[in-house]
Design a protein around this ligand. Structure first.
Ligand code: ADQ
Length: 459
């Protein structure tokens, strides 16, 4: 394989992770839509994926795994504290999610953010073939496009933001707002999950930079395409897992464990304060308190993957969620039967799909979410056109999944009423909605998403 790549992907994590088995260690492809969407495209041509390998004490040399060259970028413990947990996850993440937690602005995080962006840009510049394509992912690397353009003006540079892009009223808070916008404007294509994100970006660029244009922008003599590319899932994979006899058998075992005859309400998320895990548990508690449902009729299962546990806000959230679950189980549970089952861990896809198959109601209630793939995964597994998706209006998914039962997660009474309506929805109404939802997700898969981004970049 040539050491120069026609396609280069830049993301915070490499698409692989280290596994140790029987004393031998090696790499395994990480689960996730982004990795599976890229793999067919990357395998066809010389390509490199640049990202962090996940450890601060060592960083291996570039290596090939399943036909893709991985280029690990070393990050020190200080980089993780300042660039990752600091600027990325305590400044940008809350600011871009409606400031539902107060963003922290620290000058001693900004410089490391610039330095790490420079490090990634330098590697991309080194590995990309002449006139090659570099696709940069997410809020960790908003300065890379402009840095890379200075080093390699021959490249086609794309940037995709996986999280929301905030409106002017919020973005204007950021002390480094102009630098971030100018960083992104280094790309030829800047992609967002929704039209709203794209509009916010164009408007902010017109206000704080020299860029002009209604949606696409002209900047420093270049054309910058600004567009929504709603991300999706590998629909066929989820549908086929839903048909897999082993997965279905496992689901039946889980059903027996949860109690035959109980309707199942499910939540699956990263443990993050944007996801509205607390609010949905409160709403379920209200249903029990008002006796509109009982311990015998329903059971709530919440699976939350541990996330960013060293950031204070995430510790507090976990404590809050666990206190809420404990309170409700204490008040309404009986010996041998609890209203809420709570798992704080990651589950294999087969187990997750088993739960999707069991869920009569799937509750997805983020206060703000770029897209939310869990909603789409649930829909893809409902091969019998039943089940109800209760979906927050403030997710990117709600822009597409219009036949879901939409909710405002800030309104506990509204959410409680909708949860009750979902639990009592007729099978005919369920089927009417689910058929439409399934068609929508099937028509725009993660492969369509990746192809349309590459097409825009090649145009
Ligand atoms: P996330 O905030 O991580 O992603 P989401 O889109 O819901 O949110 O994706 C989560 C993924 O993790 C799903 O594929 C889900 O199956 C998986 N997952 C969740 N809980 C799990 C568990 N307990 N065990 C195993 N797997 C679990 C960010 C943005 C989103 C955007 C995506 C993609 O915040 O808005 O949709 O990127 O762009």
């Amino acid at each position: 394989m040539s050491d120069k790549s026609e396609i280069v992907i830049v993301s915070n994590r490499l698409p692989v992770h280290r596994v140790d088995r029987e004393g031998r260690s090696g790499w395994e492809t990480s689960p996730g839509g982004l990795v599976s969407a890229m793999t067919p495209i990357l395998r066809d041509r010389p390509s490199t994926w640049i990202g962090w390998a996940g450890a601060t004490d060592w960083s291996p040399d570039p290596f090939i795994h399943e036909g893709i060259r991985n280029y690990p970028v070393p990050l020190t413990a200080d980089d993780i504290a300042n660039f990752y947990e600091g600027f990325s996850n305590s400044t940008l993440w809350p600011l871009y999610h409606d400031a539902i937690r107060t963003p922290s602005y620290h000058r001693h995080w900004w410089r490391p953010y610039q330095e790490v962006n420079e490090r990634f840009a330098a590697i991309a510049a080194e590995v990309a073939a002449p006139n090659g394509i570099v696709w940069i992912h997410d809020y960790h690397f908003q300065l890379v496009p402009a840095m890379l353009r200075v080093l390699r003006p021959d490249l086609r540079i794309g940037f995709f933001l996986h999280i929301p892009f905030p409106p002017q009223e919020l973005f204007a808070q950021m002390p480094w707002r102009r630098q971030v916008l100018e960083g992104l404007l280094g790309a030829d294509v800047v992609g967002f999950q929704t039209k709203m994100g794209a509009q916010n970006f164009s408007r902010l660029c017109r206000k704080y930079t020299d860029a002009i244009g209604a949606r696409d922008l002209d900047y420093q003599g270049r054309h910058v395409t600004v567009q929504a590319f709603p991300i999706s899932i590998d629909y066929a994979r989820y549908e086929s897992l839903a048909r897999d006899p082993a997965v279905r058998q496992r689901a039946e075992v889980l059903r027996a464990q949860l109690g035959e005859g109980r309707r199942i309400v499910l939540g699956v998320d990263r443990m993050d304060y944007t996801k509205g895990i607390d609010i949905r548990i409160k709403a379920y508690g209200e249903l029990l308190r008002s006796k509109r449902t009982t311990l015998r009729d329903t059971v709530f299962v919440q699976v939350a993957v541990p996330s960013r546990e060293r950031v204070d806000e995430y510790q507090t959230l976990r404590d809050d969620v666990e206190r809420l679950v404990g309170g409700i189980n204490g008040s309404y549970g009986e010996l041998g039967m609890t209203p809420i089952h709570y798992l704080h861990r990651s589950l294999p896809a087969e187990e997750l799909v088993g739960l999707y198959l069991l869920a009569d109601v799937m509750v997805v209630t983020p206060f703000r979410d770029g897209m939310n793939l869990v909603a789409k995964e649930y829909v893809a597994t409902r091969i019998e056109d039943d089940g109800v998706l209760l979906l927050s209006e403030f997710t990117g998914s709600a822009h597409e999944l219009k036949s879901a039962m939409l909710v405002n997660p800030h309104d506990v009474d509204g959410l409680t009423n909708r949860l009750y309506a979902a639990l009592t929805m007729s099978p005919t109404e369920q089927a009417r909605r689910m058929k439409r939802l399934r068609r929508t997700v099937k028509e725009n898969t993660v492969y369509d998403w990746a192809n349309s981004f590459f097409e825009a970049l090649a145009a």
